[in-house]
Write a protein that binds this ligand. Structure first.
Ligand code: IMP
Length: 439
């Protein structure tokens, strides 16, 4: 049970997963941080340093991209599982920064020996391939995520964390650099580029290997044993379900299964142990990068939401595209992720808007539909069908009980729950832990 100072409680079971139901940036870090108190193990299982989780603790803001937000609880074991693609420099920088701010990191952090490693050539490939010859670019975070996952699936040019400690690592780097040069040099990368300097890369990554050695283990075995022993495990999804490579708005997606569909694959924990899925949504919608966004408000309303919500990327600082809540999309991702309950974040951002719109259906080629189209070109053509609800003028960041919210805010939440056919269990009205309403 998590208990806030207002003494309201959330029922938790093991294992619980927290999944973003939009295009990422749903403020999952705050929810994970809150729920962590009642868990023994917190797991990141997909994505990499493309994720950015902001956690505010005792007035201090922490931005994490690889280390699970559970790291702030000394008795919690944080696991970076096999499905994550790891930039070792970013990981080590994050560890150093947390330590310099008084956070203890030792045997409370585990890194899977099966996780794939991001190398300089992946960053180069991401940059080159992101320059789209025609049409709309995906607009990746340029963190090498897609190229690393591509090599994982392709197998021949992939290196996992465990490989760093085995003999033959040096020869493997040399062979991969040769193969990568055949691809990258014709695309304009200099043969003398640091991203193709096998000797320097070997030295650099040998250094990283020594630094991460204390954290590396077989996390699949660790998590299987933990699940079998019914230890309290919290699984922290990265990005959002609409960015899922199989079920999202392909090709404008990330390269992993960021919906609930990816939990078992990325962590190794069988589905039968996942007892609860908490879906996290913003009270509105945002998106970074390219791709269709039916409820986008590229106008003063969108700008107001961006300003009030500080909607700029945690990782890239790109301004996020902003729009109304899309209940068609979220109903789809809630079903896809097997969501049991919803946490609505950033409700306070909507204060002062005179009226609010919720997309309840789409019009596609003259026909009203309530399912989420599978093809991106259909999604480009849909026109949102809106319901308009009254807004509220007062600020709500101080509110701690549902009944103390303005009537219009309660009506807005009720309508969301009705449309999503899912209970709302938590509402966030500000960045701090205490600015949370447990329903
Ligand atoms: P990639 O994951 O860097 O390959 O980027 C692919 C798409 O996913 C781009 O549109 C990114 O902006 C988006 N994306 C990746 N990670 C996140 C995230 O954590 N939050 C929001 N969008 C993300």
């Amino acid at each position: 049970m998590i208990v806030l100072t207002n003494k309201r409680k959330v029922n938790l079971v093991s294992a619980t997963a927290v999944i973003g139901l939009q295009w990422g940036d749903e403020a999952k870090g705050k929810i994970v941080d809150l729920l962590t108190e009642d868990h023994e193990i917190v797991v990141r299982y997909q994505g990499g340093a493309n994720a950015g989780h902001t956690v505010v603790r005792q007035g201090q803001t922490f931005k994490l991209s690889l280390i699970p937000s559970g790291i702030f609880q000394p008795n919690v074991t944080c696991v970076i599982a096999s499905g994550v693609v790891v930039n070792l420099k970013t990981l080590l920088d994050e560890i150093a920064l947390l330590r310099s701010r008084g956070v203890s990191i030792s045997n409370n952090l585990l890194l899977s020996d099966r996780a794939h490693v991001i190398f300089p050539w992946h960053l180069e490939e991401d940059r080159i391939l992101n320059e789209c010859p025609s049409g709309e670019a995906i607009g990746t975070t340029l963190r090498g995520i897609g190229p690393c996952y591509r090599d994982k699936v392709g197998r021949s040019h992939a290196i996992r964390v465990g490989d760093l400690f085995e003999s033959g690592f040096k020869e493997r780097i040399e062979a991969i650099v040769q193969a990568k040069a055949r691809f990258l040099v014709p695309l304009g990368v200099s043969p003398d580029s640091p991203s193709l300097d096998a000797a320097a890369i070997f030295r650099e990554y040998s250094g990283y290997a020594e630094a991460i050695r204390p954290f590396v283990c077989d996390t699949t075995e660790f998590l299987l044993t933990a699940a079998e022993r019914e230890r309290r495990i919290l699984l922290e999804g990265a990005q959002g379900a609409l960015l899922d490579v199989d079920h999202g708005t392909f090709p404008y997606v990330t390269s992993s299964n960021s919906s609930g569909a990816g939990i078992s694959a990325g962590s190794g924990i069988p589905a039968k142990y996942i007892k609860k899925v908490l879906g996290v949504v913003k009270a509105y919608t945002t998106r970074v990068g390219g791709g269709p966004f039916p409820t986008e408000q590229d106008n003063p309303i969108g700008q107001t939401i961006r300003d009030r919500g500080n909607e700029y990327g945690t990782v890239t600082r790109r301004p996020r595209r902003c729009g109304w809540f899309d209940a068609v999309a979220v109903r789809y991702t809630a079903r896809l992720s097997g969501v049991d309950a919803i946490a609505v974040m950033l409700l306070d951002v909507l204060s002062t808007l005179p009226e609010l719109k919720i997309c309840v259906a789409y019009e596609l080629d003259g026909e009203r539909i309530t399912h989420f189209p599978s093809h991106v070109e259909q999604l480009r053509r849909v026109k949102p069908v809106y319901e308009t609800l009254p807004g509220w003028s007062e600020e709500i960041q101080h509110v701690r009980r549902l009944q103390d919210l303005p009537k219009a805010a309660r009506a807005y939440l009720d309508r969301l729950a009705e449309l999503l056919r899912c209970p709302i269990e938590m509402v966030s009205v500000g960045p701090d832990r205490e600015q949370t309403i447990i329903c």
